[in-house]
Design a protein around this ligand. Structure first.
Ligand SMILES: C[S@@+](CC[C@H](N)C(=O)[O-])C[C@H]1O[C@@H](n2cnc3c(N)ncnc32)[C@H](O)[C@@H]1O
Length: 195
């Protein structure tokens, strides 16, 4: 990756997360947290928020537990119980992998009424394949290409976009409260649980 692209990468995460953090509540669920980089960034800026960070990938959870020095996060590979409920939940780059319907049906019951759902993902539905290859520039994106191959990556990332995800979230029982696009490639969608 060139120096300029690396710089873009390191600018991108804080820009994205500044938009996410304003919606974080007192008890937050980071669903599909992966290696926990985003979780730990949010946790260090919201020390009084209790964060449950869930991912079914045990290796990633183990990595997250060993890598970040934040006291207010519990990393787990076991699906969180409904329990006392979350007043906010974020899914960062999970929808394109898991599919919106399944993800939302798992998260919705765990949230309190009026809880905030924060969705962050790609908005590149239908881009031509050659353009997609040029857009996949970050180290993490290139790693994914190597792991799953261009065909699968292309299908997975371009089958749905912001409007599809927004529709799924509204159909699942969330009312839209905010919607932002970043660099014409990513989106942040926020909704309030009404059902
Ligand atoms: C592209 S990674 C994003 C990780 C992290 N949220 C981030 O932004 O860095 C997608 C994550 O979705 C998780 N995932 C896939 N299927 C899932 C499922 N059924 N339930 C919960 N998480 C899932 C994967 O394990 C993976 O860590």
């Amino acid at each position: 990756m060139t120096k300029n692209l690396r710089e873009l990468y390191w600018q991108l995460i804080p820009i994205l997360l500044q938009s996410v953090r304003q919606h974080i509540g007192r008890r937050h669920l980071d669903f599909g947290c992966g290696k926990g980089l985003i979780t730990s960034w949010l946790a260090s800026r919201h020390p009084s928020t209790e964060i449950i960070a869930y991912d079914p990938n045990r290796t990633d959870i183990e990595f997250a537990r060993n890598s970040w020095r934040v006291n207010n996060v519990k990393y787990t590979h076991e699906a969180p119980e409904v329990g006392e409920g979350f007043d906010s939940a974020s899914l960062t780059f999970v929808l394109h992998e898991m599919g919106a319907e399944q993800a939302l049906s798992e998260v919705l019951p765990k949230m309190l009424p009026e809880g905030r759902l924060i969705l962050v993902d790609y908005d590149i539905k239908g881009v031509p394949k050659d353009q997609f290859a040029r857009m996949f520039i970050l180290d993490s994106e290139r790693e994914e290409l190597q792991k799953i191959g261009m065909e699968s990556a292309y299908k997975m990332h371009t089958r749905a976009g912001l409007e599809d995800y927004a529709q799924s979230a509204q159909a699942a029982g969330f009312q839209e409260t905010a919607k932002t696009k970043l660099f014409d490639k990513y989106f942040i969608w926020v909704g309030k649980k009404v059902a």
